[in-house]
Design a protein around this ligand. Structure first.
Ligand SMILES: C[S@@+](CC[C@H](N)C(=O)[O-])C[C@H]1O[C@@H](n2cnc3c(N)ncnc32)[C@H](O)[C@@H]1O
Length: 484
């Protein structure tokens, strides 16, 4: 996808056989065959997402493997599935307007096809004839001519405007409601745009934040220390060494699952921001480190594996607590051979003896900071979920402060920039633990390529896709007083 600016660059009308300028990436000439396997896979995933609450990023790779798509069809199916899932709310506004009826009045199966067709019309280079006719064919095969006629009529109407023209129709005006306008333009629910604005402290950067979140990110790999270096991993994967984490490799294309290093567990898929959180825990000054480390919310184990590798090199050991049995098994698999002990337990009452030198609380959260990587998530989350999460986060961090030894540190992190889940939780716990202090997290994250000052005013660190090109990870470092 190209950078999604405020105006749609190019903005060519689709009547000439092309959609708008944003997100154009494919030569359509050979993609016009009806119900080709790529569109079939995309539709099946979108349907499972809507009907069964499936996760597109888990189901799609499975279907691509099972159905034996070639490389080009895999790329097309991936673009159409993730793109459509990510923009579903915006597409629905356009479809409702074109159909002249509410989305709730459109049959779900037809809506999936309309979303897939509209996405092709508005955000890909696929010709409008191909986008419409392949959609009609998908419906005709399953639902007959009548329904196919409806889909044909709606998509033809959608094709009469490009994306920017439709935004002018369906979005609130920028003058009356700038947040609402930007939310629609960059395909986000309004409440999430409000949360981003609140976390950023103004709406000045909101457009950049939403635009970055409206892109498909490249894959980040972690080279597990002591097992493979980032330089080696970059060489064998064809990727590029990361800018921020010494263990990160950017993989612009290709299937990470096909790399031997990933299959053998020397490397894994992990956002660079998550690597920085684990790193911050190991870099914090705790005085004499007896090597008792704890990951209190460890599943599925990405950070536990990185911490375990670093603990191995340091002669330390890591206890990894996870409440879900299934996720605890995932940790077991990923930390095989490392000095990590997995406990299936509630982190609020794990039964572990206090006295840890370093504790990570990578708390369950709304996930608003990793929406780029989970295409449908933004349309599933609701603001009503947040207070309950905040309560759990506060309890987990409070327990971590009990388990850490005097002088030891707790890193509290979320893959969410929501102020209630981040600074709100930290302030509440700091206020409740006598003498606890918050350390400046910025020097623990900064490196050769990043000055601490570029990470905000501290003491916490809030990463952002539009600033660091990582997920919007939050981290705060708390130290328990020595006299406590
Ligand atoms: C954000 S994820 C952690 C991600 C993990 N650190 C990683 O890097 O792979 C939060 C985890 O906390 C677990 N969790 C939720 N409630 C918990 C609790 N009360 N005690 C321990 N773990 C909990 C969830 O099941 C989930 O696996």
């Amino acid at each position: 996808m190209t950078q999604g600016g405020q105006g749609v660059q190019g903005g060519r009308g689709v009547q000439g056989g092309r959609g708008s300028g944003r997100g154009k990436s494919r030569d359509p000439k050979t993609r016009d065959k009806a119900t080709d396997p790529a569109r079939r896979v995309a539709l099946d995933v979108l349907r499972a997402v809507r009907r069964d609450d499936a996760y597109a990023n888990l189901l799609l790779p499975r279907l691509l493997r099972e159905r034996g798509l070639d490389r080009r069809d895999k790329a097309l199916a991936t673009e159409l599935t993730y793109g459509t899932a990510r923009t579903a709310g915006l597409l629905d506004l356009i479809i409702a307007s074109a159909a002249g009826r509410a989305i709730s009045e459109i049959d779900g199966d037809l809506l999936d096809v309309l979303r897939l067709g509209s996405y092709q019309l508005l955000r890909t280079r696929i010709g409008s004839h191909a986008a419409v006719s392949t959609s009609v064919d998908l419906v005709r095969a399953e639902h007959g001519m009548g329904q196919a006629g409806f889909v044909n009529a709606v998509l033809r109407k959608v094709s009469q405007r490009d994306e920017q023209m439709w935004i002018d129709v369906v979005a609130p005006s920028m003058v009356d409601d700038i947040v609402g306008h930007l939310a629609v333009t960059y395909a986000h629910p309004r409440w999430i745009a409000e949360v981003f604005a609140e976390s950023l402290g103004s709406i000045g950067e909101l457009q950049a934040a939403l635009a970055a979140d409206d892109q498909r990110p490249i894959v980040h790999l972690v080279a597990r220390p002591g097992q493979i270096t980032a330089e080696e991993l970059a060489l064998i994967s064809g990727g590029e060494e990361g800018r921020l984490s010494p263990y990160c490799v950017y993989l612009p294309e290709g299937d990470p699952g096909s790399l031997d290093a990933v299959r053998d567990g020397f490397a894994g898929v992990q956002d660079e921001g998550s690597q920085l959180v684990a790193l911050a825990l190991t870099r914090a000054d705790v005085g004499e480190d007896a090597g008792r480390w704890l990951d209190l919310c460890a599943g599925p184990g990405g950070k536990a594996a990185l911490l375990g590798s670093l603990a191995d090199l340091d002669g330390a050991g890591l206890d990894a607590v996870e409440v879900s049995e299934h996720r605890a098994k995932l940790i077991e698999n990923i930390v095989d051979g490392l000095p990590v002990t997995v406990h299936i337990a509630d982190g609020r009452d794990s039964g572990l003896e206090p006295g840890f030198d370093r504790i990570l609380v990578d708390a369950p959260c709304s996930g608003l900071g990793s929406l780029r990587r989970r295409p449908e998530a933004r349309w599933r989350r609701t603001p009503e979920e947040v207070p309950q999460l905040v309560e759990l986060q506060t309890q987990l961090l409070t327990e971590a402060m009990r388990l850490v030894r005097p002088g030891g540190v707790v890193v509290y992190s979320t893959c969410s920039p929501h102020p209630a889940e981040t600074t709100g939780v930290v302030a509440a716990v700091l206020g409740a633990v006598d003498g606890a202090e918050q350390l400046d997290a910025r020097p623990l994250v900064a490196g050769d390529a990043v000055e601490p000052e570029s990470l905000g005013s501290g003491p916490h660190v809030q990463l952002w896709p539009h600033r660091q090109d990582t997920d919007a990870m939050f981290m705060a470092v708390l130290r328990k007083p020595v006299t406590h």
